[in-house]
Design a protein. Structure first.
Lengths: 484, 220
């Protein structure tokens, strides 16, 4: 394979320009955001040390970096046309093998190296800097050089792991299922032997290297990275296999009839529903709550001990009721609205007699329908598990008000461009300024049962605000053109 | 765009020609209410486009140059959606007609993401014609179509104009403009550098290609 440094440079430039354009703001916003989060996490290390040992904290940190790598590693999916649907008219250098004398495998190899370099710069380095700055305040000692090496190797391991898994998936979903079951079985078996955190520590060897100052774990991680990357790159197909043509009985009329209750929004809501089902996203949507809920569970496990430390040893325990969960679930539910904006391009709407606010509102209708089913089930399960059956109606009402409020705010601020505009720091800041106070007040109220009715009143006020904002969507988005 | 003034009469077929980037697609975008003009005014079928773009879209048919139908709807479902949004009464025979005209019978239950470019174009043409509009805005409508469908579509458009329909067409294919249009306008750098009947614009034995080349070179 001929070396092509110019191609590599062009790919770097393309990535920089694509990111800057996608996030409608400076390229530096994202790494700065990562740095800020790492700084906060670094500051929390001090109280967390009372709940967890240093070794456990090191494992959690490395697993976090591995997961960050896994989140960006789905490279084999690049041959899936879903990217084309989402990016509309945007074309990338990766598409040139059809026109220029270069193979897809070759350009993809450069692309892979470029992406890894790029993600180390915007993900791993800010994490390191964030944690390092925090040590200036906490006084904790961090071996910065070793952390740089072990974090980077954990990150590379995560990237190559997802790359390999996505490679297996595009060839055979059954094979992926087998691999996943095997992985889960290994994690479960190790957890039974040594506990979950220690099991994860064994599976992420760089964490052990950091603790012991040895290079063995780092070399194991790098070897895994090389083997998994080579396997995936060799498996890359020059042209994606064309799937067999699928045929569907026409469901539009029937679905439209079911959505007729929503008046003029019915046809578009019906179209959104068909999109959601046929794209295979419904399953993702249903389970998208699971990870944040698990995170919340972990957080609530650590927080009382951390607060006990922060309060100088005074015992802190949480006495919140189910309303707390209804607020949090209501907030997580707004992610459903983002999902609805990831399914398909919208440019073809310019040929039809519809406006952007109609499209936004039809998505909000579908959001509320999904939310009604999914969030109610999650909330009911929480009420049952806590034995707070009498709280269920109040919690359900609060959840609807909060989710409606948050979703309408997102819809108003980002329209159908949620997944790019929420990365614009101005929009993100405005979003948090509007949403956070409502969430904080309701969460604080959930700590006292005598504040139940004032909480309901406050949630109602949020619902009224949502209605008023909803009416302003026409003003803000009425003349917006349908573009990619 | 600057100082652009175009009037197209009812029952006329007008073709906008011009080099790449001259503003043809922008002009169609403004006239169909998809783009907001920074100044000036536009009226389509007596409706002010700036004030009521949806009113205009309800009455006209649009075939854009680049955009394709929604990925996850089948051909028939997209045509059902277009009819529903346009409030077409008894849409089934109308949809059947265009499915048959464009030879889409074997594809009508296939999701649009799985169609070839040419077939997607046929779906967009069907959606523009299904409500029997009196005015069509067509931006490179023949791109990606096979020669048989090109010819059938051209013949249909000719009969459509004869029966009183109006066409506003943008194309690079001068042969189509010559065969299909009563009048042409030539855009260059956002300005209309010539407009009129084909006979008016031609000098002696000139072809439309000669006219186009001469006017663009003069304007450059």
């Amino acid at each position: 394979m001929e070396l092509r440094p110019n191609l590599f440079l062009l790919l770097l430039k393309e990535e920089y320009r694509a990111q800057s354009s996608m996030f409608h703001s400076s390229f530096l916003v994202y790494p700065f955001f990562v740095l800020a989060i790492s700084l906060i996490m670094g500051l929390l290390l001090l109280p967390m040390r009372t709940a967890l040992t240093t070794e456990q904290l090191v494992i959690i940190g490395h697993v976090g970096v591995l997961v960050a790598g896994m989140l960006v590693g789905g490279f084999a999916m690049f041959q899936d046309p879903i990217l084309e649907r989402r990016m509309g008219g945007v074309r990338m250098l990766l598409g040139t093998p059809g026109m220029l004398p270069i193979t897809y495998k070759e350009i993809f190899s450069y692309f892979y190296v470029k992406d890894i370099l790029y993600y180390i710069v915007i993900n791993v380095l800010p994490v390191l800097f964030g944690v390092y700055i925090s040590t200036l305040f906490t006084g904790l000692h961090i071996n910065l050089f070793m952390a740089a090496v072990t974090f980077t190797s954990a990150f590379l391991m995560g990237v190559s792991l997802t790359f390999a898994l996505s490679t297996v998936m595009v060839r055979s979903r059954a094979a992926l299922a087998v691999v996943m079951v095997a992985l889960i079985a290994v994690i479960a078996w190790l957890s039974l032997q040594a506990g979950l955190l220690n099991a994860l520590g064994m599976l992420v060897p760089p964490s052990g290297s950091y603790m012991k100052g040895s290079w063995t774990g780092i070399l194991i991680a790098l070897a895994m990275f090389v083997v998994l990357s080579a396997f995936s790159l060799l498996c890359i197909r020059e042209k994606p296999a064309r799937a067999a043509e699928k045929h569907y009985a026409s469901h539009f009329k029937e679905t439209e009839r079911r959505f007729a209750v929503f008046g003029k929004y019915g046809p578009l809501a019906a179209k959104e529903w068909i999109d959601l089902v046929r794209s295979g996203s419904l399953g993702y949507v249903v389970f998208s709550f699971l990870i944040p809920l698990l995170f919340l569970w972990g957080f609530l496990w650590i927080l009382p001990t951390a607060l006990t430390f922060a309060m100088g040893g005074a015992k802190v325990s949480f006495g919140f009721n189910t309303i707390f969960y209804s607020v949090v679930i209501g907030f997580f539910a707004s992610e459903l609205y983002g999902w609805l904006n990831r399914l398909d391009a919208i440019e073809c709407y310019k040929t039809l007699p519809i406006t952007m606010p109609e499209v936004i509102k039809s998505k909000l209708i579908l959001f509320m329908l999904l939310n009604t089913v999914i969030s109610t089930v999650y909330l009911a399960l929480i009420c049952i598990s806590r034995g707070e059956y009498g709280m269920f109606p109040f919690a359900l009402y609060t959840m609807f008000m909060v989710s409606g409020y948050v979703a309408v705010v997102i819809a108003y601020m980002t329209g159908v461009y949620t997944n790019s505009l929420l990365f614009d720091y101005k929009v993100l800041l405005a979003y948090w300024l509007v949403v956070a106070p409502v969430l904080i007040v309701l969460i604080l109220m959930s700590f006292a049962d005598w504040l139940l009715w004032p909480g309901v009143a406050f949630a109602t006020a949020a619902g009224v605000a949502a209605y008023l904002i909803l009416r302003r969507i026409d003003l803000k988005w009425g003349r917006e053109e349908f573009k990619a | 765009m600057s100082d652009l003034s175009i009037t197209v009469e009812e029952g006329e077929s007008f073709c906008l020609l011009g080099p790449n980037g001259s503003g043809k697609t922008t002009t169609i975008g403004i006239l169909t209410g998809s783009l907001l003009a920074t100044s000036g005014s536009a009226s389509v079928m007596g409706i002010d486009v700036m004030a009521d773009p949806i009113g205009v879209k309800r009455k006209i048919g649009i075939v854009p140059e680049m955009e394709y139908p929604p990925s996850f709807l089948t051909v028939r479902e997209y045509l059902d959606l277009a009819c529903s949004l346009r409030k077409v009464e008894d849409p089934k025979p109308k949809i059947d007609r265009w499915v048959q005209f464009f030879g889409l019978e074997s594809k009508e239950n296939v999701p649009c993401k799985d169609l070839s470019k040419g077939t997607k174009k046929k779906v967009m043409l069907s959606a523009a014609l299904v409500h029997e509009p009196k005015l069509l805005f067509l931006d490179e409508p023949f791109l990606d179509l096979d020669p048989i469908i090109q010819r059938n579509t051209r013949e249909y458009l000719r009969s459509y104009v004869k029966e009183g329909g109006t066409i506003f067409l943008s194309t690079h294919i001068l042969e189509i403009a010559e065969k299909l249009c009563d009048r042409v306008g030539i855009l260059y750098n956002g300005k209309l550098i010539a407009s009129g009947g084909l006979a008016e614009l031609k000098h002696s034995q000139e072809s439309l290609e000669d006219v186009f080349m001469r006017l663009v070179v003069e304007a450059a």
